[in-house]
Write a protein that binds this ligand. Structure first.
Ligand code: SF4
Length: 181
């Protein structure tokens, strides 16, 4: 695979991999990726982590945003996030496995950007589902990829993918959270 590459939530591309067996195809995301000439690596971390379709919806019990500074507290990258499904089953291990698979795919294909589905306990970049509704925070995969140095955006943050982002990447530009995608 040559050129700039993005990891993308499979449901945004039209894959019916959500908990309810549906997709969340997002035309604006598809257009934005295409117009920047990005190669796409689709992934559904929850399915990659071993969960079926359909599956019980899950929520984040503690999000990164609600915790004190993880590094200062000496916690590892995924500590502090616990994900429970509506049946009461702890699915944190499956989501963590999925996050590792996403990171492995990002490394294998040299992805420097991830465009992920907002509000998901795996993919949310700024908000995730909590026990009583949406809460600020990031999902397990979003956090893993961001901490590994990828620029991570939700499908509702496409304005952050600056028009010159693809060109900079094609020129071998910078990567990571400061990348002006
Ligand atoms: S939001 Fe992420 S984990 Fe959920 S269905 Fe889409 S790709 Fe899979």
């Amino acid at each position: 695979m040559s050129g700039p590459t993005a990891i993308v939530s499979a449901c945004l591309l039209g894959v019916p991999c959500r908990h309810d067996g549906r997709d969340k195809r997002h035309e604006e995301t598809l257009r934005a990726l295409e117009s920047r000439g990005l190669s796409i690596v689709p992934i559904c971390p929850e399915v990659a982590g071993g969960l079926p379709i359909p599956r019980s919806a899950a929520f984040v019990e503690h999000s990164a945003a609600t915790l004190p500074d993880d590094a200062a507290a000496g916690r590892g990258p995924l500590e502090g996030i616990r994900v429970i499904d509506r049946g009461g089953r702890d699915v944190t291990a499956e989501l963590s496995r999925g996050a590792e698979q996403a990171l492995e795919a990002a490394r294998r294909f040299g992805a420097t950007l991830a465009v992920l589905k907002q509000n998901s306990p795996s993919c949310g970049t700024r908000a995730v589902g909590g026990r009583d509704g949406r809460i600020a925070g990031e999902g397990v995969t979003a956090r893993r990829l961001r901490e590994a140095g990828l620029a991570v955006r939700g499908e509702d943050e496409l304005a952050a993918l600056r028009d010159d982002g693809g060109q900079q990447a094609r020129r071998g530009g910078t990567r990571g959270a400061g990348t002006p995608w």
